[in-house]
Design a protein around this ligand. Structure first.
Ligand code: PGA
Length: 254
């Protein structure tokens, strides 16, 4: 699974999709794009067009649009987008929850993230929960404790089958720095074990890696056994670069 997170950036969607489809052959695995809410209507028709474009009338791509965040409730909550609204929209299949930028700039804590996770887990949208440690926590050697604490939001929950975790060290996001691939692999195995032991249905989730993934370093992460894909910010803003990364993942799942 490879996901593009456009964050709060302006993207030319027809050009992006054109560059993307011209840079890699059709793939059958889950490829997602998370535009800002206001651009979902620009992005989806482009994706849908290519998803259905095959001379034999078969789907060429398993492409999805998703949301970068969601509110856990609805009604009198000015400015918020609810889970129900995303479901009713119809073109959205996944939601990113608990991104470190939401935690840092919008003060989202475990209590709020737990409510969001519960709301999305009960819907038919795929939750992608982001967790990760800061540089200081990493230096202190408490990464696993931090992740375990962030995973408390799923304690006792019957997780949906497609529940996904994105491991995103805060210090790796947008910095050009990354952990060693072997360390990422070790953390991903740890996350799978924790989720399996704390979820009510013992789910072993897909765990994707995020934090300065590019077309240059993607391969070094994708060779690792417990890396199930990537969540990509900066390098996803050019359709051709994102396409190259999708292409690299394609080599590992055949
Ligand atoms: P980055 O962002 O690829 O720019 O490091 C990743 C993310 O925040 O999901």
């Amino acid at each position: 699974m490879i996901i593009a997170n456009f964050k709060s950036n302006i993207v030319n969607y027809p050009k992006w999709v054109d560059d993307f489809v011209n840079s890699c052959p059709p793939v059958e695995f889950y490829v997602g794009m998370a535009p800002p809410f206001i651009n979902i209507a620009d992005a989806y028709p482009e994706i849908e067009f290519w998803s259905n474009r095959d001379e034999n009338d078969h789907d060429m791509w398993d492409m999805h649009t998703g949301a970068q965040d969601v509110d856990y409730s609805s009604g009198s909550r000015t400015g918020a987008i609810s889970v129900e609204m995303l479901e009713k929209h119809g073109d959205i299949t996944f939601v990113i929850i608990g991104h470190s930028e939401r935690r840092e700039f919008f003060h989202e804590d475990n209590d709020l993230i737990r409510k969001k996770i519960h709301a999305v887990n009960a819907s038919n949208l795929r939750p992608i929960l982001c967790i990760g440690e800061t540089k200081e926590e990493n230096k202190e050697g408490i990464t696993k404790d931090v992740l375990k604490n962030q995973l408390e939001v799923i304690d006792g929950l019957n997780l949906s089958r497609d529940f996904t975790i994105a491991y995103e060290p805060v210090w790796a996001i947008g910095s050009g720095l990354t952990p060693e691939p072997k360390d990422i692999n070790d953390i991903h195995k740890y996350i799978k074990d924790v989720v399996q032991s704390v979820s009510a249905n013992s789910l072993v989730p897909d765990v994707i890696y995020g934090g300065s993934v590019t077309n240059k370093n993607a391969k070094s992460f994708f060779v690792e056994e417990f890396v199930d894909g990537a969540l990509i910010g900066g390098a996803s803003l050019e359709g051709s670069t994102f396409g190259e990364i999708v292409n690299i993942w394609n080599e590992f799942i055949i």
